[in-house]
Design a protein around this ligand. Structure first.
Ligand SMILES: [Zn+2]
Length: 373
């Protein structure tokens, strides 16, 4: 009951600043620089560096090639790891279909379409940390769900056993993953309290399930509050209380991403979206997600901005030309804009023409290589 009282759906729409056609987005994005990024902790960097050093010397050389050299086996895929990445935004899964609700059948269809068009699911953290490990020729896609509605994750009792209802988002993704393991199993659920997924008796069980299966739990504020209307102390309270509540169910769990309710981006105190504390509870977000409406960039690209990551509405209604299927069509027509993996997580490979957009601090232990096209 509490949950429906603060449901956000219609208010999420539209994000006017981001709202235009895929074509218009090209221009908009050109002047949206402003890098404000976190570095990965040093111990993480060291771990990767060690792995890299253990690679045989001749293997490194063979994979790298000389600058400008065209590697035939790579060229076949036209890798572009400075290309754009879709981060999809879902809300409810259920009936009937609406601007903010996808039916189970249509959600399943989205997964099939993504899979057939060469997209592979990776987690939001893997994207923002640059750990994009998918086969050569495929493209990453990130799935996110806002609000922790019932249709995201719902338990049914079946002969005394609890199991996810077959038409909830978690069960649909699990089933698809069974059938197509190479699609991957990854999504972030941006929940708020006190009743994520709307079955109060199963909150702990569900959060444990998600964490165990590699799904991410993200911050959507404690009470689904518009942060644009809060002062510094209130912003920190809303974000820290979410972390505290999540850790009460999942001790030690790191909440490290934030989706802004209503897309509300505060004019002041923006640094508090990334880091802050309230009454002894600290939080730190490596990614802050907006509501609309275009693809984002990988952390290797200069236009990557961890505190303003755009998302695409996974919907077919009232999308104003910038919904999932508009962008799928856009990337079909403009394949050179799309992130295409080289299949080797040690390298960031892109056409020579994009070299000027390389963001060196996003590389960490990886090496960049460019080919003439
Ligand atoms: Zn919301």
């Amino acid at each position: 009951m509490l949950a429906t009282a603060v449901s956000c759906t219609a208010d999420h729409y539209p994000d006017l600043e981001e709202n235009s056609s895929p074509t218009d987005q090209r221009e908009l994005k050109e002047d949206s620089g402003n890098n404000n990024n976190y570095e990965i902790p040093e111990n993480e960097q060291e771990k990767h560096a060690t792995e890299r050093e253990t690679m045989p010397e001749e293997e490194k050389g063979a994979a790298l090639g000389k600058p400008g050299t065209i590697l035939p086996e790579l060229m076949q895929h036209k890798p572009n790891e400075l290309g754009e990445v879709m981060i999809l935004m879902y809300h409810e899964i259920g009936y009937p279909e609406s601007a903010w609700r996808r039916t189970p059948e249509n959600f399943r269809l989205d997964l099939e379409n993504l899979y057939e068009q060469g997209y592979r699911a990776i987690s939001l953290m893997d994207l923002v940390r640059g750990n994009i490990d998918i086969p050569a020729g495929t493209s990453p896609v990130v799935l996110t769900f806002d609000d922790g509605n019932k249709g995201n994750f719902y338990y049914l009792e079946n002969n005394g056993e609890l199991e996810p209802a077959p038409d909830c988002a978690v069960a649909i993704m699990e089933k698809f993953y069974q059938e197509k393991p190479d699609f991957g199993l990854a999504a972030t659920f941006f929940i708020y309290y006190p009743s994520p997924f709307r079955q109060t008796q199963y909150i702990e069980k569900k959060l444990n399930y998600l964490a165990t299966r590699g799904f991410e739990i993200g911050n959507h504020t404690f009470g689904h509050t518009n942060l644009a209307q809060l002062n510094a102390s209130e912003i920190q309270r809303e974000l820290a209380q979410h972390v505290q509540a999540t850790q009460e169910y999942l001790p030690g769990y790191e909440v490290n991403s934030l989706a802004l309710p209503y897309g509300g981006f505060p004019r002041e105190n923006q640094e508090l979206l990334l880091e802050g504390s309230y009454e002894g509870v600290a939080y730190r977000n490596e990614a802050v997600l907006l509501v609309g409406s275009n693809p984002g960039f990988p952390p290797f690209h200069q236009k990557f901005n961890s505190s303003r990551i755009p998302r695409i509405r996974a919907s077919e209604l009232e999308t104003d030309g910038v919904g999932l299927y508009d962008w799928l069509e856009y990337f079909r027509q403009n394949p050179h804009k799309r992130y295409i993996s080289d299949g080797d997580p040690h390298y960031v490979t892109a056409p020579e023409t994009l070299r000027e957009f390389l963001r060196n601090e996003g590389l960490k232990d990886k090496e960049a290589r460019f080919y003439l096209n």
